[in-house]
Design a protein around this ligand. Structure first.
Ligand SMILES: *Cc1c(COP(=O)(O)O)cnc(C)c1O
Length: 443
């Protein structure tokens, strides 16, 4: 391993977390290297070799979000980044709250959509942007990422205006909500957006192919900002602590998290939070009809089907990128697979769940509704259910208005984006065409 890949004045000290490529175990990386590279050899994901539990969880739970998150991330990253830097990055990234809202007696929504692009991806995107801007130390970087809706917006906003970093976002043309699209195609400057005539899995495949192509990887100094980037994942661990911290103490060990899942980054982060010692009772992997993981958990067979378009489009993923990380935690005996069940929710039940929440006085959107449905189905008497409110309902205004039959107001950030002109370019689903476009754009 190369030492001193962070800004040159900081060498690795004795306490750092070694990350291992889950496909090529001899390929190891430090946190900074993994942030820079995104993916390892053979498109393998980096993951910590082991995860040490934290001391004094009750003490941690008493701290405010930013202070606690600094401790969690320092524990995970070690002193590879200077402590002041971690403090600075967390303070700059986590500038909005993650409130736990009561939906019914024993079910809560962890609202992760109070950031600038109104989805949970702001947490990881903003932390990652800070890390990468620091680690790249002024050298040119191209972020190439595929989005099923919300990643693009979070990444675009997080990196917008950073000098040496160019961002290229691929998205499935016509398959994401018009409001989602406006949030990232209207920024301009260093943010470039490409509409691919295919589904999200195809976009993701194009990104992977680009990373395997040395001309592009080295020529354009590629970096991925998908949830495969370890810095995003680590930032997401923090809000699981924030959720438990807001429960009354006697309920803290009864929490069941239902995680609306597409690429499975969020669930990976939740399981890591549990390995750090957070007293989460169990997890539900909640998907829409793209149910590769729920079927896998029942049958032991990994059999992805073609991706199906649903109203919870950010979860229209049939080959979830992050699953190998969860599988690794299971295979290494770090996480007991009996504490995870999978549930797939079809369109009708998704809509029903939205209406049920509405009748309880809580307006929600399709992604969260998928996970709410799983809780109403499987929560036991002595448990407290928390589902992740992954996006603001206004981001899915058309669907929410159709299902609930009532108008929904746009928050300021969305209203401003809608008024702007979009800049995306259409490219067919063909790697050579994309490559040509990238070089035209960036060199
Ligand atoms: C990205 C996204 C998801 C899925 O999260 P993963 O970490 O990819 O499983 C769920 N809901 C919304 C609103 C999203 O944007």
């Amino acid at each position: 391993m190369k030492l001193g890949v962070c800004a040159p004045q900081y060498n690795l000290k004795e306490f750092f977390v070694e990350l291992v490529n889950l496909k090529v175990n001899s390929d190891k990386a430090s946190f900074c290297e993994a942030v820079k590279k995104g993916l390892g050899q053979n498109q393998g994901l980096y993951f910590p070799e082991n995860i040490q539990p934290m001391d004094d969880i009750p003490g941690l739970l008493n701290l405010p979000l930013v202070e606690r998150s600094i401790k969690v991330l320092t524990h995970l990253i070690g002193d590879e980044l200077p402590k002041e830097k971690i403090e600075e990055f967390v303070s700059n990234a986590f500038t909005f709250p993650a409130p736990l809202e009561k939906v019914s007696d024993n079910i809560f929504s962890l609202e992760l959509f109070h950031g600038p692009t109104l989805a949970f991806k702001d947490f990881g995107g903003r932390f990652m942007a800070q890390c990468l801007a620091y680690i790249s130390d002024g050298n040119p970087v191209t972020i190439l990422t595929a989005t099923s809706g919300d990643t693009g917006a979070a990444v675009a906003h997080a990196f917008h205006g950073i000098n040496n970093i160019q961002v290229v976002i691929l998205f499935p043309k016509g398959k994401i909500s018009p409001l989602q699209e406006k949030l990232f195609t209207t920024l301009g400057g260093n943010i470039h957006t490409v509409a691919i005539d295919a589904d999200f899995d195809a976009c993701q495949q194009l990104v992977k192919t680009a990373f395997d192509d040395p001309d592009v990887r080295e020529g354009l100094h590629l970096n991925s900002a998908n949830s495969i980037n370890i810095s995003r994942l680590m930032a997401q661990i923090c809000y699981y602590f924030e959720a438990i911290a807001q429960l009354p103490e006697e309920q803290q060990s009864k929490a069941v998290f239902a995680v609306p899942s597409g690429n499975f980054g969020n669930l990976t982060a939740g399981i890591i939070a549990k390995l750090l010692g957070l007293p989460i009772k169990r997890f539900i992997a909640a998907t829409n009809s793209n149910d590769t993981v729920p079927r896998f958990l029942k049958t032991g067979k990994w059999e992805p089907n073609a991706t199906i378009a649903t109203i919870s489009n950010a979860m229209d993923v049939s080959q979830p990128n992050n699953w190998p990380r969860i599988q690794a935690m299971i295979d290494k005996g770090m996480f007991d697979p009996n504490l995870l069940i999978g549930e797939a929710v079809d369109e009708q039940y998704t809509q029903l769940a939205m209406r049920q929440m509405s009748s309880l006085g809580y307006t929600s959107e399709p992604h969260a509704a998928v996970s709410y449905r799983c809780l109403t189905k499987s929560l036991e008497e002595d448990e407290v259910g928390i589902f992740l409110g992954t996006a603001h309902p206004a981001k899915f205004r058309e669907t929410v208005e159709n299902v609930l039959g009532q108008p929904i107001a746009l928050p300021k950030a969305l209203a401003e984006s809608v008024a702007k002109e979009a800049f995306s370019v259409d490219v067919e689903n063909d790697y050579q065409a994309l490559k040509t476009h990238l070089f035209d754009l960036l060199s």
